[in-house]
Write a protein that binds this ligand. Structure first.
Ligand code: ZN
Length: 304
């Protein structure tokens, strides 16, 4: 089934688990995420960055919707780091059930204004919105980018931002970075900031750049209100490590011969994350979720 982020994360927050948002950049990664989710009876978020959307083209989403619509496992189709009204509307037109508008690099008041505007438009058609406050770091090797100096989310500002914009979820900056960390740098989360935000803000929180943080910190963050954790680099790294190995040791050229093993490697990472986030077996909690008619109609009319 295809549901909205609000529906997905309301249940997750109530039941103290997080859902992985996996950046899917082609059909083999889509298969890895969807098949592992079904195998573990775990909900999952299919995340698409605007640069991935551009690469995939709009038609790809007919396949995505067709694949997940009849599944017994709940999925959300989500735009990751939408940077403009055009990118957000393009995603909504393609049937996404959730969009992120990332105004985190704008001055605070401008971030509030642009996010509020997107919320008005997206909510009118039943689509959820994620905003971002504070900045996520960059390790320099991810398409998602980021900044070199992380600005931590200010808890009081987070409360003001949520109240004024009406966002459904909020990405917070507590010391994570996009990409895989160089070996000499140890990532560390500022869990005290997270704890304070969680006492002031009611909506589910989102952790970006969760690839290399220690498992114990990730598990702790779920207890402190994080309901969505973005995973991209870990999964893609495992996939292409295997791809390099296969290509370096054989003369294969058929994708259907090369990629199955790579998909399995990506699935191992997804499997680990789903266990870590405590989302395994949680799909059955969604049996009673009723998707708003606007979304259902939009999905049904654009599903093939
Ligand atoms: Zn991100």
């Amino acid at each position: 089934m295809l549901i909205t982020m609000k529906e997905l994360l309301t249940v997750a927050k109530e039941n103290q688990f997080a859902v992985g948002a996996f950046n899917v950049a082609d059909s083999t990664f889509l298969r890895a995420v969807v098949e592992e989710a079904e195998q573990l009876n775990s909900p999952a978020i299919i995340a698409i960055h605007p640069s991935e959307h551009e690469f995939l083209t709009d038609e790809f989403f007919s396949y995505v919707k067709h694949r997940v619509y009849e599944s017994k496992v709940p999925f959300v189709l989500h735009l990751d780091h939408g940077g403009s009204m055009e990118e957000v509307l393009r995603a909504i037109r393609c049937g996404f059930t959730s969009v992120m508008i990332d105004g985190s690099l704008l001055p605070y008041e401008e971030n509030v204004a642009v996010t509020k505007k997107i919320v008005e438009i997206a909510h009118a058609v039943g689509v959820s919105v994620e905003g971002e406050l504070g900045t996520i770091g960059s390790t320099g090797n991810s398409v998602e980018g980021g900044v070199t100096e992380v600005t931590y989310t200010d808890p009081a500002e987070a409360r003001d931002f949520v109240n004024r914009t009406g966002v459904d979820t909020l990405a917070v900056a507590i010391g994570t970075a996009h990409g895989i960390y160089p070996k000499h740098i140890k990532p560390e989360l500022q869990l005290d900031i997270l704890e304070e935000i969680n006492t002031l803000v009611d909506i589910p929180l989102v952790l970006h750049g969760g690839s290399s943080n220690p498992d114990s910190e990730i598990a702790q963050s779920v207890k402190l209100g994080v309901s969505k954790i973005n995973i991209s680099s870990d999964m893609k790294y495992a996939y292409y490590k295997k791809a390099r190995e296969v290509l370096n040791t054989t003369e294969y050229w058929d994708p259907n011969v090369i990629y199955p093993e790579c998909i399995l490697e990506a699935r191992k990472v997804i499997n680990h994350k789903m266990h870590l986030f405590n989302s395994v077996g949680k799909a059955s909690l969604y049996d009673k979720v009723v998707t708003p008619k606007t979304v259902e109609k939009a999905v049904a009319s654009s599903r093939y």
